[in-house]
Design a binder for this molecule. Structure first.
Ligand code: UD1
Ligand code: MG
Length: 444
């Protein structure tokens, strides 16, 4: 075992009752990914030798969500020290650094974890490194009691603290790094003689000091250690993560006209010199190329948009959509599970579903692919260079050949060969003078 190996224990056994939800707290999404997924992504940057999530009884959906990362069940929630003890089988024989994180503290950054581990490896060889913070309102956080000589002596939980201790502003953010060779020795000494009658992991610090080990503090920016306990804190965490994602998008060369009204998913990929207008929402799984323009009020989810395309305003791109280079998708257009090839135009008031649209095809205003017959979905294929007149209904399954023209207002129910004209609508009749006679009435 080298001195640099890391194991991560993520505590998530809490019921999260303040969320008032049927979904376990750590599965609530932030930027389109469950909270615990953010924590797992962050710890993965440390390439830990072992990672384990501690869940409560009946939290099988959390176990399924974190797989292949293993979970252990803490049978009764007797406190944070008891939760770490539940992870003992996974940590057996591990002598590296053990990092304890919370599943409901999803904004922690890799750099901060790296700083904690660096502090763990300092010459004093601290048995415990605690992540500290100085929030504007220290509220009910545990307080870090540091001696005049600057040594972390103990952590006192708010409920157990006296007035002098409560006046301390340096608080426990919750994350801790332990020397794996000492962790269970410390835990063996933890009791529940406190106000909550819980086994506090935080007691590990005072115990370490009594046993003669060093302890130290690594500090974190407050916005990384926000704990999510209710829906208001969930919204605050979402706000902070969106702020980061907007900043990253701009740093990578994307223009956001109004950053505050653009919402990303954690996996949104954007190219250089792409411009995103106001009020655009990116659901999960969106990749956008270079020099794309996404105008105001668009909604995209599981979509690829190639270089130079123009989308919106007011376009909705649904899962399985692939927009080709230089294609245009305009206002009030909904596209689902469809490939729109290079240079094609779908500009106005249209629904395209389960379809292929060939290169440079032009889809007229109000075109509808009638993809659903009440039982099953069917495909529409529109060839390269085809021209679909306004207000056409293409009843799938149907193919429009390359270069074909479909007359406006047609209801197309069978295939149209390449370069043909298809007109499928009532023939026009004009009756001279009929309207005037009608207005004059029966006596006229
Ligand atoms: C804890 C710290 C406190 C710190 C605060 C930061 C302790 C004793 N106190 O308090 O010093 O300021 O976090 O947010 O650690 N959990 C389990 N099993 C349990 C109990 C808790 O898995 O038996 C999990 C919870 O799901 C949660 C985390 O541990 O993710 C923290 O528990 P919580 O009850 O929120 O601790 P706090 O009282 O907030
Ligand atoms: Mg808490």
């Amino acid at each position: 075992m080298t001195q640099s190996s890391v194991a991560c224990v993520i505590l998530a056994a809490g019921k999260g009752s303040r969320m008032k939800s049927d979904l376990p707290k750590v599965l609530h999404p932030l930027a389109g990914r469950p909270m615990i997924g953010h924590v797992l992504d962050t710890v993965a940057t440390l390439v830990p030798e072992r990672t384990v999530v501690v869940v409560g009884p009946g939290m099988e959906d959390v176990s399924a969500a974190v797989a292949p990362v293993p979970t252990v069940v803490q049978t009764r929630q007797l406190g944070t020290a008891d939760a770490v003890r539940a992870a003992a089988p996974v940590l057996a024989g591990f002598a590296g650094d053990v990092l304890v994180l919370y599943g409901d503290t999803p904004l922690i950054r890799p750099e901060t974890l790296a700083r904690m581990l660096a502090a763990r490896r300092e010459a004093a060889d601290p048995a415990v490194v605690v992540l500290g913070m100085t929030p504007a309102d220290p509220g009910a956080y545990g307080r870090l009691i540091v001696s005049p000589a600057g040594i972390l002596e103990r952590i006192v939980e708010y409920l157990d603290a006296n007035d002098r201790e409560r006046a301390v502003t340096l608080c426990n953010a919750g994350l801790m790094a332990f020397d794996g060779r000492r962790l269970f020795e410390l835990l063996d000494h933890v009791d529940n003689a406190n106000k909550k009658q819980e086994y506090y992991l935080t007691d590990g610090v005072g115990i370490a000091r009594r046993l003669g080990y060093a302890c130290s503090v690594a500090e974190a920016p407050v916005d990384e250690v926000l704990g999510v306990n209710d829906r208001a804190e969930l919204a605050e965490a979402e706000r902070l993560i969106q702020q980061r994602l907007r900043r990253t998008a701009m740093d990578n060369g994307t223009t956001l006209t109004d950053p505050h009204s653009v919402f990303f998913s954690i996996d949104t990929r954007l190219g250089r010199d792409t411009t995103i207008g106001p009020n655009v929402v990116f659901g999960p799984g969106v990749t956008v190329g270079d020099r794309v323009e996404i105008r105001a009020f668009c909604h995209l989810e599981q979509v690829r948009v190639a270089d130079g395309a123009v989308i919106g305003p007011f376009a909705r791109l649904r899962p399985g959509t692939d927009i080709g280079p230089g294609a245009h998708v305009g206002n009030f257009v909904e596209i689902k599970n469809a490939q729109v090839a290079a240079g094609a135009k779908v500009n106005h008031l249209t629904y395209i579903g389960d379809a292929v649209i060939g290169a440079r095809a032009n889809i007229g205003a109000g075109t509808i692919t009638c993809n659903y017959d009440g039982f099953a979905k069917h495909r529409t294929e529109i060839g390269a260079g085809a021209f679909i007149g306004s207000n056409a209904s293409l009843v799938a399954p149907v193919r429009i050949g390359d270069g074909a023209i479909v007359g406006a207002g047609s209801v197309v129910t069978f295939d149209v060969e390449a370069d043909a004209l298809s007109v499928a609508r009532g023939r026009q009749q004009n009756r001279p003078g009929w309207a005037a006679r009608f207005r004059a009435g029966p006596k006229g």
